[in-house]
Design a protein around this ligand. Structure first.
Ligand code: CU
Length: 169
């Protein structure tokens, strides 16, 4: 048990170091830029949350569109459902927290299953299919955007194609 603990600890430490290095770039808070004219005003579509299994965690997915010619970054998310919302990306089928995600100019940021997503850590209640969950997205440049998530079936992957073949409901 001891050797194993030591090894796990070493792995955790090197992971922390790697995260610290990658986390350093990009998140230097340069405030007070001048370009209000081209300030991004992102719009959000297809926002949903698969019904959480329990009150431990939940994911949220959406498409964030940026029609301005200024690139922006999603830097944080808040919600009344949880005090700890994180931005995750999926690498080699493992989730890891990232400080921000790019929202390209004249482009979009897709949060989709199996990829980048918003993660609720610790829920104050467990939403059910048909419920709505409100979140507020925070950006580096744009004003915060309020988004209503539709709570969907656990298997929902967004924009479900209407399949005539054999689904009971
Ligand atoms: Cu996650």
């Amino acid at each position: 048990m001891n050797a194993r603990t030591t090894r796990t600890l070493a792995a955790a430490l090197s992971l922390t170091a790697a995260l610290a290095i990658s986390g350093c770039s990009g998140s230097s808070g340069s405030s007070g830029s001048k370009d209000d004219a081209s300030k991004p005003a992102p719009t959000v579509g297809d926002a949903f949350m698969p019904q959480p299994v329990n009150d431990k965690m939940a994911g949220a997915f959406m498409v964030i569109k940026n029609d301005s010619k200024t690139a922006d970054k999603l830097t944080g998310v808040t919600s009344t459902l949880s005090d700890d919302l994180q931005i995750h990306e999926t690498k080699d089928q493992k989730m890891q927290q990232v400080p921000s995600l790019n929202v390209p100019a004249n482009g979009e940021l897709k949060l989709e299953r199996g990829g980048t997503h918003i993660m609720f850590m610790g829920l104050k209640s467990t939403p059910k299919v048909g419920d709505k969950v409100t979140v507020e997205l925070r950006f580096e440049k744009a004003d915060p955007v309020k988004v209503e998530l539709d709570v969907k079936e656990r298997t929902y992957t967004g924009q479900a194609p209407t399949s005539a073949a054999g689904n009971a409901h």
